[in-house]
Design a protein around this ligand. Structure first.
Ligand code: LLP
Length: 428
């Protein structure tokens, strides 16, 4: 990971000494490097400005990592956000974020949530299905306003990734399929709703994707659908939201797409398809989550127990686990890790790093080569900035670790460590 460096015997992140931070804040500890987040955002923004002739806006996908400080960074960088209705939206609003730059997702938004979104005046609600269009129309009519809406379509594209994070194919709970006529019915319905302005289309084909052709195909299918609804209902699509999904390098085996080349290709595909279909260039929206925050973050743990089981394996237990990182148990996700002190020592043994939870599947690193590890050593798991804190839980009533951000060697708290009092505060 680029933000990590070694000076003498010590590991640094964003110029800050990892061991010193672990002493100051305790472990387990999430640490994120602000400059990496800003650099990744800039790469998306600058590439879109460079390669696209039309307008564009980057919408950071809040589900990857969401807290008030994150929205302050987005505000500073001048980008928008893709959020779920409810808590993610509330958090952005509480940070003072410009809610007109917010696009709202979800396959089952409640009437209350829709009402709240219309009151806030979000940039657009991404309608998932015809029932939702009905609700949006009714609620917008009651309020006497016009709702800004994008329609989420399934372009019928299968991305090669874990089946739980594939979303572009017909067999998905998200959106309406172009292939089987659901999407055209939904667009027709929207075209007849006086309180809905169908300003665009959205698609998201999946996450942690390493190949480029599915993205280009999805863009083509969406534009062909845009052309169809233009000819049938006279609706011109002004915004094309291509979702997120670019994969990142968790381990040496991963070979991610270069963001700027990816954007260059997508922009060329949108421009050539628009020319072919005689469509005006839409505003392009992109919703990267993982590729903005994943490589900014590490999680630091203290080793509490080492168990050598003769003829089987060596178990190394740390003070966190599946509650701060459920990604192995959910997707068998792999990570790289380093020992915090003397990180460059030779890897001499293969161990299984496990958590402290009452679950045999509570594994962080199933088989990793590391230098010799002893009780009391600190280890850092890399690339945990996305979908770790945001998917953390209080399993076994373990409080969530804090998130500390660093910038140019200086550290500050973005999210406090939970306390035992926090855990019981909603108990009746
Ligand atoms: N837009 C939409 C509509 C999405 O559903 C997602 C991710 C994104 C954008 C951002 O995708 P990204 O750039 O982060 O790949 N929990 C899983 C990932 C689930 C992704 C869900 N949607 C994991 O830990 O890998």
């Amino acid at each position: 990971m680029e933000c990590l460096s070694v000076k003498g015997d010590q590991l640094f992140i964003g110029g800050a000494d990892v061991e010193a931070l672990a002493k100051k804040y305790g472990t387990p500890l999430y640490i994120m490097d602000e400059n990496t987040i800003r650099k990744n955002i800039k790469e998306y923004k600058d590439s879109l400005n460079k390669y696209y002739k039309g307008e564009s806006l980057v919408l950071y996908a809040g589900k990857a990592f969401c807290c008030k400080q994150m929205y302050k960074i987005l505000t500073d960088e001048g980008i928008g956000a893709d959020l779920m209705a409810g808590g993610e939206t509330y958090t952005a609003q509480a940070s003072g974020f410009d809610m007109s730059k917010v696009y709202i997702h979800g396959n089952n938004k409640t009437e209350q949530e829709i009402s709240m979104l219309l009151d806030i005046g979000v940039g657009a609600i991404v309608a998932d299905n015809i029932y939702e269009l009905k609700n949006i129309q009714q609620i917008a009519e009651q309020k006497g306003i016009i709702a800004q809406v994008l329609l989420r379509v399934k372009p019928g594209v299968e991305a090669h990734t874990h089946e739980f994070i594939q979303t572009g194919q017909i067999d998905s709970k998200f959106g309406v399929a172009i292939e089987n006529g659901e999407a055209i019915l939904a667009a027709e319905y929207a075209s007849k709703c006086p309180n809905i302005n169908l300003k665009g289309l959205h698609c998201h084909i999946g996450s942690q994707i390493f190949d480029y052709p599915p993205f280009e195909l999805a863009a083509r299918k969406c534009l062909e659908f845009a052309s169809l609804i233009k000819s049938k209902f006279g609706i011109t699509i002004k915004e094309l939201n291509l979702g997120g999904g670019i994969g990142i390098k968790y381990t040496q085996a991963d070979d991610p797409i270069d963001i700027s080349k990816f954007i260059q290709g997508i922009c060329a595909a949108v421009e050539s398809n628009c020319a072919r279909l005689d469509l005006p260039l839409p505003k392009i929206l992109m919703e990267p989550g993982r590729s903005i925050v994943a490589t900014s973050g590490i999680t630091v743990y203290t080793i509490g127990c080492v168990k050598q089981i003769e003829g089987v394996r060596k178990y190394v237990s740390v003070d966190g686990g599946m509650s701060d990182n459920p990604r192995y148990i959910m997707y068998q996700s792999m990570y790289e890790a380093v020992r915090v002190r003397k990180p460059i020592d030779d890897d001499t043994e293969t161990v299984r790093v496990v958590g402290k939870f009452c679950e045999s599947g509570d594994i962080l690193l199933p088989d990793i080569k590391m230098p010799e590890l002893q009780v009391g050593d600190l280890i850092a798991i890399e690339a945990t900035g996305a979908y770790n804190y945001s998917m953390s839980s209080n399993y076994n009533r373990v409080p969530r670790p804090p998130v500390v951000m660093v910038r140019d060697g200086k550290d500050y708290i973005a999210i406090n460590r939970e306390s035992y009092e926090d855990l019981v505060k909603n108990d009746a």
